[in-house]
Design a protein around this ligand. Structure first.
Ligand SMILES: [Zn+2]
Length: 601
């Protein structure tokens, strides 16, 4: 009998340095050539910004057969290794881990977390070889959660580098729960949960989302994965998620977690309180990342096959992969019975108002926004609202508009389009999902609609005009209402509370604030002789409600500016609110019922 062959690449991660927040890493290559290049990714798939993970790597050394190897840095993230010999090549380095996000790595006395893109060097020529991870020095009482198959004793194995770095690890004394959905085993891990956390409710609600989505994509057929892991980090103030092939890393506000309620004194079972807005936001995030399991992790932009992690990788399709996922995330809360119709329409209106409140929607198309994600969406500044549109929110409205177009003509729906794309891509690639292009999306729309929607798709994705949503929603049995404009809307600015008084966050193109000469960062000190302490004080002291124009005293870089606020603001539209049309025509009623039904059919 021969011993089983060792994986070609082995990593040992020492978790012991909790207080100085470093992972010590030993990497071993069994049969390395005399010369090779090692590198660390500069970005992590799913988060389109060059983050230069190698800036946290230090102390790199290498040896072979007891002799030090020669290391030459080639650029910011690659090193040449020269090490003649026959024994295994051993590299050592450490990675600083103190970024409390889902994108890189963290280590302290409370918990550890890492993405492989922050910790594991890629060895040239070894990318397709088996990679193994072992953890050393795990503090007592700590557990490990990851979607990668393996155990603490035996280590974890990935068939290649791409797979290795698509499985984040959570380490610590976390809360852990499990459930089954459509034959797939799911694990939910929560770090930082407060004592009254209601884990059972989180599991039950998440399970409903998973079942609805598994049935959406696979019907009664087996799913394309057999295990899934949610890694949630509950913090004082934070929000975000990153999708992976059979797991997701999430971050949420601790107070948004569901809480157990005390049993009434009479011994009866307490009824669950309605979900808080924060909890609905968390469920929406869970739904979003889970939907990505199909839409971007398996169906993916053709440009991302394969990922290249040494520089920006451009695609015009994030409006589809992020936007359509954003459309379905809230829709699945409704279809799974976790929010009612009124609440769903509030979530929809919030997206709508975010787009309508950004003049940049007339400047940038969602295809352009996708392409420029690296320099615009991920690098927002005070001018973003004027120059950019979000491929998340406007992309979700394109999905809504397409869905309502199909449903309004009673010729299918977007659900059928998504499933057709899945089927076409899977047949083409011979696996679950696969790369797709905009032409594939147009083809799937045509197949479902029975006529070409290419001109409509091109106008909505590459154009900058308004989407005809009011009419489309009406045909779907939803009423579009306008609220009275808020003070900030009348002013044409985004305002924020600050210690010294209200502050201008952004000035919107074409609005009154722009005409007056206000700028981002301006402190609003006084109006008509009244000292302002809060944003609301502008209303209290009569902005747009005085007989005469008023003097607005502003501070910019410690210089005082005196501006004249007119007595009346121009005509400005308020936010949109959406309500269920109480008396729709019978067809609209039927369409709405199908759109929101649990099966979506
Ligand atoms: Zn997303």
């Amino acid at each position: 009998m021969t011993a089983p062959a060792l994986p070609a690449v082995q990593f040992r991660v020492d978790v012991g340095r909790l207080d100085d927040h470093h992972f010590d890493i030993a990497m071993e290559l069994a049969d390395a050539p005399a010369r090779l290049t090692v590198s660390l990714p500069v970005w992590i798939p799913g988060s389109y910004l060059v983050r230069e993970f190698s800036r946290h790597l230090s102390g790199l050394s290498a040896e072979r057969d007891g002799r030090p190897a020669r290391l030459t840095p080639l650029d910011k993230h690659r090193w040449a290794v020269e090490a003649p010999g026959s024994g295994p090549l051993r590299l050592r380095y450490r990675v600083y881990a103190f970024d409390n996000s889902v994108r890189s790595a963290w280590l302290d006395r409370q918990r550890g977390f890492f993405n492989g893109s922050s910790l594991f060097l890629s060895a040239e020529g070894f990318e397709e070889r088996e990679q193994q991870v072992r953890l050393d020095g795990l503090p007592s009482g700590w557990e490990v959660a990851t979607g990668l198959p393996g155990t603490v004793d035996g280590g974890w194995c990935a068939p290649n580098y791409d797979n290795l770095i698509d499985h984040p690890f959570e380490l610590g004394p976390f809360w852990r729960g499990r459930f089954e959905a459509c034959g797939v085993s799911h694990e939910f891990v929560v770090a930082g949960a407060p004592p009254g956390f209601d884990g059972e409710r989180l599991l039950a609600d998440t399970r409903r989302i998973c079942e609805a989505q598994l049935r959406f994509w696979h019907g009664e057929a087996p799913a394309c994965f057999d295990r899934y892991v949610f890694l949630l980090n509950a913090v004082d103030d934070g929000y975000g998620g990153l999708e992976h092939r059979n797991s997701t890393a999430l971050i949420c506000n601790r107070r948004d977690l569901p809480r157990r309620i005390a049993a009434p004194a009479n011994g009866s079972t307490p009824s669950a309180p309605p979900a808080s807005d924060g909890y609905v936001t968390l469920l929406g995030l869970i739904s979003h990342e889970y939907f990505h399991t199909w839409n971007v992790k398996r169906l993916k932009p053709a440009e991302f096959a394969p990922y290249r992690l040494d520089a920006e990788q451009y695609t015009e399709l994030l409006w589809f992969f992020e936007g359509f996922t954003s459309y379905y995330d809230d829709l699945f809360l409704l279809r799974a019975g976790l929010v009612d119709e009124a609440r769903y329409l509030k979530l929809l209106a919030k997206n709508l108002n975010q787009v309508l409140g950004s003049p940049g929607r007339a400047v940038q198309s969602v295809a352009e926004a996708s392409f420029d994600a690296w320099i615009k969406y991920y690098r927002p500044d005070e001018n973003s609202a004027n120059a950019t549109v979000s491929y998340y929110t406007k992309g979700s409205l394109v999905a809504l508009a397409l869905d309502l177009t199909l449903r309004g003509e009673d010729c299918g729906d977007l659900d059928a389009v998504m499933r057709r794309l899945w089927q076409v891509a899977s047949e083409r690639s011979g696996s679950a999902g696969g790369p797709i292009t905009e032409a594939d999306i147009a083809e799937a729309l045509q197949a479902v609609a029975g006529r070409s929607l290419a001109p409509v798709l091109a106008a909505w994705v590459h154009g900058r005009n308004e989407l005809p949503l009011q009419a489309l929603l009406q045909r779907g049995g939803v009423r579009w209402n306008r609220e009275a404009p808020t003070l900030a809307q009348r002013l044409g600015a985004r305002l924020q509370e600050a210690p010294g008084g209200p502050k201008v966050q952004a000035v919107l193109d074409g609005g009154l604030a722009a005409t007056l000469g206000l700028a981002a960062g301006d402190e609003l000190l006084a109006l008509g002789g009244w000292r302002l302490a809060k944003v609301d004080d502008l209303t209290l002291y009569g902005a747009f409600d005085a007989e005469q124009p008023q003097t607005l005293l502003v501070s910019r870089d410690r210089r005082l500016l005196s501006l004249t606020l007119p007595a009346m603001a121009g005509t400005v539209e308020g936010a949109v609110s959406l309500t269920v049309d109480p008396q729709p025509d019978p067809q609209a009623l039927q369409r709405r019922a199908r759109w929101w039904s649990r099966t979506g059919a």
